[in-house]
Design a protein around this ligand. Structure first.
Ligand code: NDP
Length: 334
């Protein structure tokens, strides 16, 4: 198996030299195990946290060991009941071309017609469920709500904005990091308004995009975005605090938000969450979001890079905003 290892803990932004591609022998699958050929790997922002040597909700990656992460693969050999060779599985032994793993750590996927396997790492996978659970359950979205989502052209954010639209939001506003992404939000994804945080202060741009205020903020970015949203939330407003990607590479503590005291007067709810305890919603989510995709009502994008050797660059690029929609590493055909 060709595998990517972390060889140095990044200081600030990760660099190619923090990673190494290695060749590892594959063990024979034992009873209850599968040999899987990976077809698609995911790189996700949370992996940046795992590259630091600090305890978090996921343990740090060990140096000089192959990293883990989501992957979809084809079962080559099955020594487990209930899984056949040739079936597709979703599992957590990513960052490598092949994996031997316990079948109970894999979920068999039977892809919906017309939906590619890679979607199970994005819009129909963990990021999609994060959007669905975060908006509907954590932020308690109601039809008629005015919603703002940051990181709106990414995997989670693009799903949040569209789910809000399909569920009857009165206004959907998104922010992203380039003019092309902003156009994509309004022209393709159906956002009512969008702006680039690189074009000026987020607070002013958000007030212009949502002059009547917000009921819900879905935070993927933190910092200045969170501060702006706190100011624009109406009394009783809710925020689902999903990610703070503006800080993942920081070596200094953040300055914003400086206006948290508004939480009191406006009786705001700011609720941090992880997707992990929301997997009870998974089947409902796949049915509803899968249905919207098949009906052409929900659009999803993938930025695809080819080859295991491109995986570190895909991860670095993700943090730099090179992706629209889900960043995917494709191994198929290798
Ligand atoms: P994305 O597909 O959104 O990719 C990351 C994006 O972040 C980039 O495309 C870039 O877009 C943007 N970005 C990078 N740096 C900055 C910055 N300084 N300021 C603003 N935007 C920036 O990733 P995901 O959809 O997978 O994840 C989105 C967020 O959701 C992340 O914060 C992630 O940690 C969080 N998350 C949380 C989960 C949970 O359980 N709580 C689960 C899954 C994700 P741009 O060009 O617009 O800058």
């Amino acid at each position: 198996s060709r595998e990517v290892q972390l060889v140095a803990r990044p200081q600030g932004a990760p660099r190619p030299t923090d990673f190494r591609l290695t060749e590892q022998p594959l063990p024979e699958p034992q009873d209850g195990q599968l040999l899987v050929e990976n077809l698609y790997l995911t790189v996700d922002p949370y992996m940046r946290g795992r590259m630091n040597d600090v305890k978090s909700y996921t343990p740090p990656f060990a140096l000089n060991e192959t990293m883990t992460g989501g992957a979809v693969g084809r079962v080559r050999v099955s020594r487990a009941e209930g899984v056949q060779a040739g079936e597709y599985v979703l599992h957590d032994q990513g960052w490598r071309t092949h994996a031997v793993l316990d079948a109970r750590r894999a979920r068999v996927i039977r892809p919906l017609p017309g939906v590619p396997l890679s979607a199970y790492l994005g819009v129909l996978g963990m990021p999609g469920l994060t959007a669905y659970a975060g908006l509907l359950r954590v932020a308690a979205f109601q039809p008629g709500d005015a919603v703002f989502v940051s990181g709106a052209a990414g995997a989670v954010g693009s799903a949040v904005g569209q789910i809000a639209r399909l569920k009857g939001a009165s206004r959907v506003v998104g922010s992203a990091g380039s003019a092309d992404k902003v156009r994509h939000l309004t022209d393709v994804l159906g956002f009512d308004a969008a702006f680039s945080y690189r074009d000026g202060p987020v607070g002013r741009q958000l007030r212009e995009a949502a002059p009547d205020g917000l009921d819900v903020y879905f935070d993927n970015v933190g910092g200045e975005h969170l501060e702006a949203a706190i100011s624009s939330l109406k009394p009783g407003g809710r925020a689902a605090i999903c990610g703070m990607i503006s800080q993942y590479n920081s070596t200094e503590p953040p300055v914003a938000p400086r206006n948290l005291a508004q939480m009191i007067g406006k009786q705001l709810t700011l609720r941090g969450f992880l997707v992990t305890p929301h997997y009870d919603l998974y089947d409902t989510f796949v049915q509803e979001v899968g249905g919207w995709i098949q009906a052409g009502q929900l659009h999803y994008d993938e930025t695809v890079v080819d080859g295991i050797e491109a995986a570190p660059g895909a991860f670095i690029g993700l943090l730099e905003g090179q992706n629209t929609g889900k960043m995917i590493v494709r191994l198929e055909g290798q």
